[in-house]
Design a binder for this molecule. Structure first.
Ligand SMILES: Cc1cc2nc3c(=O)[nH]c(=O)nc-3n(C[C@H](O)[C@H](O)[C@H](O)COP(=O)(O)OP(=O)(O)OC[C@H]3O[C@@H](n4cnc5c(N)ncnc54)[C@H](O)[C@@H]3O)c2cc1C
Length: 379
């Protein structure tokens, strides 16, 4: 029998590529992690860092078990990364408050509780008054809320930096400034990648290039990713800094969220836009974010704006991640995590190790397999 090779090239050093690289390096694999920029400077840098596995709507049910499993893995994942890097990533299990304003507040609260119950998830219903007892800065007009005790948050920028340091310390050969253009395919076998005109051979290739994955030749068939822009604002909240993550629902939709950081910054988000690869911030986008922030906590009205930015979530045609091996031997995909890539990093790394070693996976890969798009194309 031909021994299985245990060397891999991973394309993309965001939270996903770095997490997979660390996982494989711990198994003794020889891993090369390539990024065309500084590691973790795309969506991973731009995110809010909420670790919220609750259901997000019709068609997205398959992510819930993935998110819950990943949240359960998060403390161990953080411990491993902090130990390997010697860096702190600001992981906080402080819970989250989901708030509702307006005449339909109680109805929306009931609907969300029913949806959570459908997935066996707990949320504690609160009146507006009870919510303000937990978070006194909340708008007096908040009429109903749900306390999500199990939720957590992480400083995603700190996590990205720590992951890339951890990867190097675990023996991963991390190369920045290397852009992959194509796969090297020989029939039904992937033999490596082409980067900057140079052929880089590898036993296994993992595509983790976020929303840019579909820009690599031969990849779109398996990972037809696209960018979904999210604009963000950081405020210096001072005494108005909430103690927990706050999400704000109005008219059945998520209108905004606030994520406090350990350093006193308050992250306010976000938009969800189809603007191609354009990372501009716009008056309309920032206005919506700021209006929602002030509606959640009126005392933020005069809080200094410290920073604005935007990032590109890796979206997919069905908004589900793309995880697993392909029909090309030696080619795997780990991308398309859309709004949940920070949350899903630990489970993605674990599943990638399991499928690459031919082990049974913790959760079924079926809803996430790259082959689903080829099937769609065939029909
Ligand atoms: C505004 C916003 C808010 C978000 N909030 C949250 C949140 O609260 N919680 C959550 O869980 N998720 C959140 N997300 C989603 C999360 O950020 C992403 O799902 C996650 O970061 C995706 O990670 P990734 O490693 O796949 O992609 P990325 O972080 O985008 O990394 C991809 C990497 O691949 C590199 N690359 C691309 N093409 C090539 C190439 N050809 N050759 C070499 N390298 C290449 C890029 O330079 C980049 O470093 C948010 C995203 C945004 C934009």
């Amino acid at each position: 029998m031909v021994p299985m090779s245990n060397d891999a090239v991973i394309v993309g050093a965001g939270v996903i590529g770095c997490a997979v690289a660390c996982e494989l390096a711990r198994e003794g694999w020889k891993v090369r992690l390539l990024d065309r920029q500084k590691p973790a400077s795309e969506a991973t840098w731009a995110a809010a860092g909420m670790l919220a596995p609750g259901p997000e709507g019709p068609g997205l049910e398959a992510i819930v078990p993935l998110g819950r499993r990943s949240l359960a893995l998060f403390p161990g994942f953080v411990e491993g990364i902090e130990a390997a890097s010697g860096m702190h990533v600001g992981f906080r299990r402080q819970g989250a408050l989901v708030t509702f304003i307006g005449t339909a507040a109680n109805h929306e609260q009931g609907e969300m509780l029913a949806e959570l119950a459908r997935f066996g998830m707990a949320g504690e219903p609160l009146t507006g008054e009870e919510a303000r007892r937990r978070e006194p800065r909340l708008n007096p007009e908040v009429a109903a809320a749900i306390w999500m005790a199990d939720e957590a948050a992480v400083d995603n920028r700190a996590l990205g930096r720590a992951l890339s340091v951890a990867a190097s310390r675990l023996g991963v050969e991390l190369q920045a400034g290397v852009e992959v253009q194509s796969l090297i395919l020989e029939g039904k076998r992937c033999r490596g990648v082409v980067a900057g005109g140079e052929r880089l051979p590898a036993g296994h290739v993992v595509i983790a290039a976020g929303c840019y994955s579909a820009g690599i030749e031969h990849v779109p068939r398996y990972a037809p990713t696209s960018p979904a822009r999210g604009q963000m604002v950081a405020l210096d909240a001072g005494p108005e800094l909430p103690g927990v993550v706050i999400r704000f629902h109005r008219g059945g939709h998520l209108a905004g969220y606030l994520v406090p950081r350990e350093d006193g910054r308050l992250i306010a988000g976000s938009t969800l836009e189809n603007a191609g690869f354009d990372k501009s911030q716009t008056p309309g986008g920032l206005r919506r974010i700021l209006a929602a922030a002030v509606e959640m906590i009126p005392g933020l009205e005069n809080a200094p704006i410290i920073e604005t930015w935007s990032g590109l979530r890796p979206d997919t045609p069905d908004h589900l991640p793309i995880l697993g091996p392909t029909d090309i031997e030696g080619l795997s995909i780990a991308t398309g995590h859309h709004r949940n890539g920070i949350l899903l990093a630990p489970i993605t790394a674990r599943l990638a190790r399991q499928w690459m070693l031919g082990q049974p996976t913790d959760l079924p890969l079926e809803p996430f397999l790259p082959s689903r798009f080829a099937r769609w194309a065939a029909h």
